[in-house]
Design a protein around this ligand. Structure first.
Ligand code: AMP
Length: 291
């Protein structure tokens, strides 16, 4: 596995791969890798000739007072894991390499970014779309892989790629969970044992919502209220949002008719955790996205 830290070397390498007709798969991450990341890497490995993963904790997607400095990092372990998983290239630029001077260009997706995490974390998605656009221009992949745990991020990036004619296939991959249902996240490392137990309530509340839909409840407000009550009953939790929206465009819904996204963000101790499920009427819930 080749480790590349500069933009020009990465671009040269990708140009050579493209010249020889290789299809490049790309998995961007912020590191501290877990089985969720590994599932993306395995899928990308299966689908492509060449596989590039990146590790870059992107400062521009963290707001003031958020956890940029304390975000967990372990480059040595991540490097071994990427090697074991069959990555051909690991791209690990520094912040100075990615943002060497005052950048004045921002990539911004309207609409989709105004709700859910976009509403609670102003500027977050501009940071995400700008860095992913830069990474796409550096790695020049044919296909890029994103987790549906970050469902809104997946929609925003898909929209950016489409609107800017990037000609990159954006693949959404199912949420990988611990055996007890907790969605894997690098931020789970922040949790103390008792908080880890409380964090399980996120998954349990999604299950409660799925059960309600199965029983014929289609009023989003009724389900949101119950989900909030389930989460609120656990110590150490503080709800940021619990929201049922249209699964395609994230618009608010007055009734669940077809596919709806139930998304939540909850502080458990210091950690801000997100999770989601797709609620489907007359369908197999949670299997197509974000299960
Ligand atoms: P991050 O390192 O948290 O920025 O995540 C990098 C990529 O891994 C993103 O596309 C995430 O959506 C994805 N990812 C993170 N956690 C999971 C998970 N539990 N299951 C599937 N994908 C995940």
């Amino acid at each position: 596995m080749k480790i590349i830290t500069t933009i020009s070397q990465m671009q040269d390498h990708s140009d050579r791969l493209r010249d020889q007709g290789d299809r490049i798969g790309f998995v961007p991450t912020m590191g501290y890798l877990h089985e969720g990341h590994a599932s993306l890497i395995r899928k990308a490995r299966d689908d492509n000739h060449a596989l590039v993963a990146s590790i870059f904790v992107n400062p521009t997607q963290f707001g003031p007072g958020e956890d940029y400095n304390s975000y967990p990092r372990d480059l040595e372990r991540d490097t071994s894991l990427c090697r074991e998983l069959g990555c051909d290239v690991l791209f690990t630029p520094s912040a100075e390499e990615m943002y060497p001077r005052d950048n004045v260009t921002t990539v911004s997706v309207a609409g989709l970014t105004e709700t859910l995490c976009g509403a609670s974390r102003p500027g977050h998605f501009d940071g995400v779309t700008t860095v992913v656009a830069k990474l796409f221009n550096i790695v020049r992949p044919h296909m890029a892989y994103f987790g549906l745990k970050d469902y809104q991020q997946y929609l925003v990036i898909s929209r950016m790629a489409k609107d800017l004619d990037m000609n990159i296939g954006i693949v959404g991959c199912p949420t990988v969970r611990e055996n007890d249902g907790l969605a894997m996240s690098s931020r789970n490392a922040y949790l103390y044992d008792d908080e880890r137990a409380s964090a399980l309530t996120l998954f349990r509340s999604l299950e409660a919502a799925r059960e309600m839909v199965k029983q014929g409840i289609t009023d989003p407000r009724v389900i949101e209220t119950e989900v909030s009550a389930v989460i609120g009953s656990e110590p150490a939790t503080r709800i940021d949002y619990v929201s049922i929206v249209d699964a395609q465009n994230l618009a608010s819904l007055s009734i669940i008719e077809d596919r709806a996204l139930l998304a939540l963000a909850v502080y458990v101790g210091e950690a801000r955790l997100i999770d989601n499920t797709v609620l489907e009427i007359n369908g197999k819930q949670g299997t197509r996205a974000g299960s």
